[in-house]
Design a protein around this ligand. Structure first.
Ligand code: ZN
Length: 375
C-alpha cells in the first residue's frame, strides 16, 4: 500500500514539476534603425495604429519610421504599428516572415519585430544554427535544444520591446525565407519538447565542435556559480574526423595588435604569443602576448574573442608559431566547447542513435519535458 501511495505521489509530483509554461507567441527583433523598409503581402492585408485600422491591397508599402511615428503612403501614423495578414505571412524587405510585423520604438531606436508562434520561430532557426544536410536525429536534437534555449531566454530583450534578437547574441533567425522541409519536420516531430534539469529548463549551451573534449563554463565565461553536473566538461568520443578536428590559421601581427588595442589593451609590436594552463576540456587557460610594450596575460577565451573568433576557431591550441610577421595558430575544435557538440551530435545521428540518446550523452542527468503554450 505504502509503495502504491509513493508511486502515485511521485507520478503526481513529476507530471506537475515537469510542465513548463511559455507564451504561444514570441517577439523577435529582426531589424533596427531609422531606414525605410518595405512591408508587403501577395493578398489583401492591413495594419493597426492606435484605434485606426488601414486595409491595404496586395503589393508593398514603404514605411518611413521616425521617433514615435512612421509615414506610410504620405500619411503619418503613431507607433506601434502592427501589420497583419489572414495568410499569416508577410514580406519585410522582400524576405518572408510568418506571423505579424510590428514597427515600434524603444527610446530613440526603431525596432522591426516579428511576432509569431513559438514553434514557427524554431523553423527559422534550424537552417541557420544547424545544416539541413544533416541527419534527422541531429536536426531533432537541434530543435529541442534551440526550443529550450529560446524558452529560457524569453524576455532577454524586454527593454527593447521584444523577447529575443535574430543574431548570435540570442539565436540566428532567418524567418520563413530560410525554411526547408527537413528542418520543419524536425521541429514538428519534437513539438513542445525541451531539456529539463531538476524540473526546470536546462541551459542547453552548444557549439560547433569540441575537438574531443567538452569544457566547463567556468573557464570560458568565468562563472562564479557552481556548474550544474550536466554542463561539466567530459570526453567526447564522437567528435573526430570532422572538418574542425584540427585547423591551422595564419594571422598578421598587425591585425592581432590592432584588435587587442581596439579591445582596450596596451600592446606594441607583438614578438611572441604563448599559451599555458589546461582547462577540463584540454584547452589553454592563459595566452601571454609579449610585445614591445611588455607582457600581457589574458584569459585564452577573451584573447580569441578580441582577435577574431572565426579565424582562431578555439582555444584548444596545439601550437602557436611566428614566421615573417605572421602568427600561425594550430588547434582542435570550433567554438566555446561547452555543452553539446554539434558535429558530435551529427556523428551520433549518422550511427542511427536517436536524438534522445544524443541529448542524454551531452547533457547527462537531464530529461525531456514538454512546454504548455499559453496566452
Ligand atoms: Zn539577443
Amino acid at each position: 500500500m505504502k509503495k502504491i501511495l509513493f508511486t502515485i505521489l511521485t507520478l503526481f509530483i513529476c507530471t506537475n514539476v515537469f510542465a513548463i509554461s511559455v507564451k504561444e507567441y514570441i517577439k523577435v527583433g529582426i531589424l533596427s534603425g531609422n531606414k525605410p523598409i518595405t512591408i508587403g503581402c501577395d493578398q489583401k492585408y492591413y495594419f493597426v495604429s492606435g484605434d485606426k485600422q488601414v486595409v491595404l491591397s496586395a503589393g508593398k508599402v514603404t514605411v518611413n519610421p521616425e521617433t514615435n511615428t512612421a509615414v506610410i503612403a504620405d500619411k503619418r501614423y503613431k507607433l506601434p504599428i502592427k501589420f497583419i495578414s489572414s495568410k499569416n505571412c508577410l514580406l519585410v524587405n522582400d524576405k518572408i516572415y510568418r506571423g505579424n510585423i510590428i514597427v515600434n520604438c524603444a527610446g530613440n531606436k526603431i525596432n522591426i519585430i516579428n511576432e509569431l508562434k513559438f514553434e514557427d520561430y524554431l523553423k527559422g532557426i534550424l537552417p541557420k544554427e544547424a545544416s539541413s544536410s544533416w541527419n534527422t536525429e541531429a536536426l531533432k536534437t537541434q530543435a529541442v535544444i534551440s526550443r529550450t534555449y529560446a524558452a529560457k531566454n524569453v524576455g532577454k530583450h524586454a527593454k527593447d520591446g521584444f523577447d529575443v534578437c535574430s543574431t548570435v547574441h540570442c539565436q540566428v533567425y532567418g524567418g520563413a525565407s530560410c525554411e526547408n522541409k527537413k528542418c520543419n519536420l524536425a521541429v514538428h516531430d519534437t513539438k513542445g519538447e525541451v531539456v529539463l534539469y531538476k524540473g526546470e529548463l536546462a541551459q542547453t549551451l552548444f557549439h560547433a565542435a569540441c575537438g574531443g573534449h567538452t569544457d566547463d563554463p567556468k573557464y570560458v565565461w568565468g562563472w562564479k556559480q557552481e556548474t550544474p553536473s550536466y554542463l561539466k566538461g567530459r570526453k567526447d568520443k564522437y567528435c573526430k574526423n570532422n572538418p574542425h578536428s584540427s585547423w591551422t590559421t595564419e594571422v598578421d601581427e598587425s591585425f592581432i595588435r590592432q584588435k587587442l588595442i581596439a579591445a582596450g589593451y596596451k600592446v606594441g609590436t607583438v614578438k611572441k604569443i604563448s599559451y599555458s594552463g589546461k582547462t577540463t576540456g584540454k584547452a589553454a587557460k592563459i595566452v601571454t602576448i609579449s610585445s614591445s610594450k611588455g607582457k600581457l596575460k589574458l584569459n585564452a577565451y577573451t584573447f580569441r574573442l578580441a582577435v577574431d573568433p572565426f579565424k582562431i576557431k578555439s582555444t584548444m591550441f596545439t601550437s602557436i608559431k611566428c614566421k615573417n610577421k605572421k602568427f600561425i595558430f594550430s588547434g582542435k575544435g570550433w567554438g566555446h566547447k561547452v555543452g553539446l557538440c554539434q558535429w558530435g551530435a551529427k556523428a551520433m545521428g549518422d550511427k542511427k542513435l536517436s536524438y534522445k540518446k544524443i541529448l542524454d550523452y551531452y547533457y547527462p542527468g537531464t530529461n525531456i519535458g514538454k512546454i504548455n503554450y499559453g496566452k
